[in-house]
Design a protein around this ligand. Structure first.
Ligand code: ZN
Length: 294
């Protein structure tokens, strides 16, 4: 597991720089390599950074933050890059996004019912993933495999297709009595993750939870919750040269200038020899980034 393939020399970018309003890392999974492919996004710029692994990089935050939704300047970022007015009014910033089983559409208190109809009343998928051990999660069908790449999962397997977000939240709640829904990000970044037999875990969980799933099907309809058949677990590799022994968490609010050798990329994290930084947390920050060839 230690020997991960890095980008070929030809794809190495040297002395590249980007600056602008930071967005979450764009991570794709090319089927040819099976290795996560990272792009740094600042403003309109999109820069391939797998080639930065092994190089000395510098990140600097000017301290300015602009809301990722409306663009207004904000002194503090709420919910990964929102100003307070957006955070407290947008449907996708509401607590039911974190806890879908608490969907309050039917109580008439959805912040934006039309948005809810477009995003929540859509098929969702319940999956098992392995980012720091076995976990359960839900995602919209269209958000795979991005969701798993963002979490730093090394394996993932869709197990159930569910009609709506609320119902998938109820299925997830059922699973949470048997399996975690959290990632231990420190363990994920230390690379101490043993591969699991996700097919066997799925079969075990579906058998153990059969009565609960049956009850949900009686409530929402036989077709509302369907087993995903004939799908193999997805295996994901990350461009990491070396795992950190100790995790030091870096933060633009405390350390506006961050420098060090980039040891790897995993989930939404940059792993440097000087510490790790979750870039998603700093969406909306005005940031410049550059790498110099070692
Ligand atoms: Zn805003």
């Amino acid at each position: 597991m230690d020997q991960l393939i890095l980008g070929r020399p030809a794809s190495r970018q040297q002395g590249q720089a980007a600056s602008g309003q930071l967005r979450k890392l764009d991570i794709r999974l090319p089927m040819e390599t099976g290795q996560a492919d990272y792009h740094l996004r600042t403003g309109e710029q999109r820069l391939a950074i797998n080639g930065w692994v092994g190089q000395r990089i510098r990140l600097h935050s000017s301290g300015q933050i602009h809301c990722v939704e409306c663009g207004r300047a904000t002194r503090k970022s709420f919910g990964q890059g929102h100003c307070y007015p957006c955070f407290s009014s947008l449907a996708h910033c509401d607590l039911c996004m974190m806890r879908p089983e608490t969907c309050h559409y039917f109580q008439g208190t959805c912040r934006d019912p039309a948005w809810g109809e477009r995003h929540c009343f859509r098929p969702h998928t319940v999956y098992l993933a392995n980012a720091s051990g076995l976990k359960v999660g839900i995602t919209r069908g269209t958000n795979m495999p991005t969701r798993w790449l963002d979490q730093g999962a090394i394996q993932a397997l869709p197990i159930l297709d569910v009609d709506t977000r609320q119902q998938s939240g109820m299925v997830e709640t059922l699973f949470k009595s048997h399996v975690s829904d959290r990632t231990n990000w420190r363990a994920m970044l230390k690379g101490e993750v043993e591969p699991l037999d996700l097919i066997a875990e799925r079969d075990r969980l579906l058998a153990e939870l059969a009565p609960g799933l049956e009850a949900l099907r009686r409530r929402f309809g036989e077709d509302a919750i369907q087993t995903v058949d004939d799908v193999a677990p997805l295996m994901i590799e990350y461009p990491v040269l070396e795992w950190p022994r100790k995790i030091v968490s870096l933060n633009f609010d405390k350390t506006p200038s961050i420098e060090g050798t980039l040891l790897g990329l995993k989930g939404q994290y940059l792993i440097l020899d000087t510490g790790v930084i979750n870039l998603r947390k700093f969406a909306g920050y005005q940031v410049s980034a550059s790498a110099e060839a070692a």
